[in-house]
Design a protein around this ligand. Structure first.
Ligand code: UT7
Length: 332
């Protein structure tokens, strides 16, 4: 049975860099608090209308295809993970397909928030394992900056999130020891309202009302401490589940690429698993939390920095709104 291997990676970060000191101008926060509680120093913000989830995703995808030595026309299917699509509908995958000239090629948007790329890799893997497609583009792209409450009221969320996109080209391989070896995907909607954005949505009589704008329902809400507690349990759990499924031990893993939620979460995961700090990738200081884009951006950088080499065993793992969580174990 074929399985999916990663043939190319790419990333795109918006030009505008926003520092913690910039945020101090709009809300009661400070550089020391943000660094200490999250590890974030800067984040990138998209230029509205120009740098969108799909357009940034398209740039990342072009880079990934180039690295893979493939043409755009080789792509059989698009999987697009985002919680910040351009429109309520259609999805960003359709827009990205048009931008790449992939008109007529199937495009599936994935809405599992911070876990979107982990789900996306698994979906692409299943299509490739079944023989339906040979080359699948998996993209994570996010514009968070336009959804943030940039007043003191929204500071717990506003300082964390950033914009960007990352992409992976997955191709079929018959090599049993290469590619996505296993994935686990989880969700528990019991916790939906601990980290969510209510409006615009179809829950009530109207998608968005003046009242919703006035009472802040249009901004993301996060029960930070609660999310934190669940995250530090679910990350290691999902990693260990990949090991049980494949028979590998934690020492076999060359690099863990966690969703970049908070530097303290990443450190807690490293300590709970008792692995060396250099085995856990972190770039949150530069980009903040870019939700579905954070893993492909991190994976691309890890590759650029020579921290992923051919033959390496890499574990991607995420937790986020839903709650959703999961992991992939990949042999490069
Ligand atoms: O992507 C996956 C989903 N997201 C996550 O995994 C994020 C999980 N949660 C977190 O990362 C952390 O909970 C936060 C970074 C959001 C908050 O850190 P915390 O250490 O849990 O702080 P806290 O919410 O308990 O707040 C501590 C204090 C509060 O003040 P008081 O009540 O002690 O006086 C907050 O009002 O810090 C205050 N605070 C801030 N102060 C300065 C909250 N946000 C800020 C801010 N600047 N931006």
């Amino acid at each position: 049975m074929p399985r999916a291997s990663i043939a190319g990676l790419g990333k795109y970060l918006p030009k505008r860099i926003v520092t913690n000191h910039d945020l101090e101008k709009w809300m009661d926060t400070n550089d020391a608090w943000i660094r200490e509680r999250t590890g974030i120093e800067t984040r990138h913000w998209a230029e509205p209308g120009k740098e969108t989830a799909a357009s940034m995703g398209a740039e990342a995808a072009r880079q990934a295809l180039k690295q893979a030595g493939l043409q755009t026309s080789d792509v059989d299917f698009i999987v697009f993970a985002t919680l910040s699509p351009e429109y309520t509908f259609p999805g960003s995958g359709c827009l990205l397909g048009d931008m790449l000239g992939l008109n007529g090629v199937g495009a599936l948007d994935i809405r599992t928030q911070c876990t979107g790329f982990v789900y996306g890799l698994s979906v692409a893997d299943q299509f490739i394992r079944s023989g339906m497609y040979k080359t699948v583009l998996v993209v994570g792209g996010e514009v968070q900056s336009t959804a943030l409450n940039l007043t003191t009221e929204g500071r717990d969320v506003a300082v964390i999130f950033g914009d960007g996109a990352g992409a992976a080209v997955l191709t079929a391989t018959d090599d049993e020891n290469k590619g996505i070896l296993t994935s686990n995907l989880h969700a528990d909607g019991k916790y939906a309202r601990e980290l969510f954005c209510e409006a615009p949505g179809s829950f009530g009589e109207k998608r968005v009302t003046h009242e919703m704008i006035d009472n802040g329902s249009i901004y993301p809400y996060m029960n930070g401490r609660y999310v934190f507690k669940h995250a530090v349990t679910r990350f290691p759990e999902s990693i260990l589940e990949t090991l049980r499924a494949t028979g590998y031990s934690k020492d076999d893993i060359d690099l863990i690429i966690p969703h970049q939620a908070n530097k303290r979460i990443t450190e807690a995961v490293q300590q709970r698993l008792d692995v060396a700090p250099e085995k856990v990738f972190s770039n949150i200081h530069k980009y903040g939390n870019t939700t579905a884009a954070s893993i492909p951006i991190a994976m691309t950088e890890a590759m650029e920095e020579g921290r992923i080499r051919p033959g390496d065993l890499v574990c991607t793992v995420a937790f986020g709104s839903g709650f959703t969580w999961g992991a992939n174990l990949i042999r490069f």
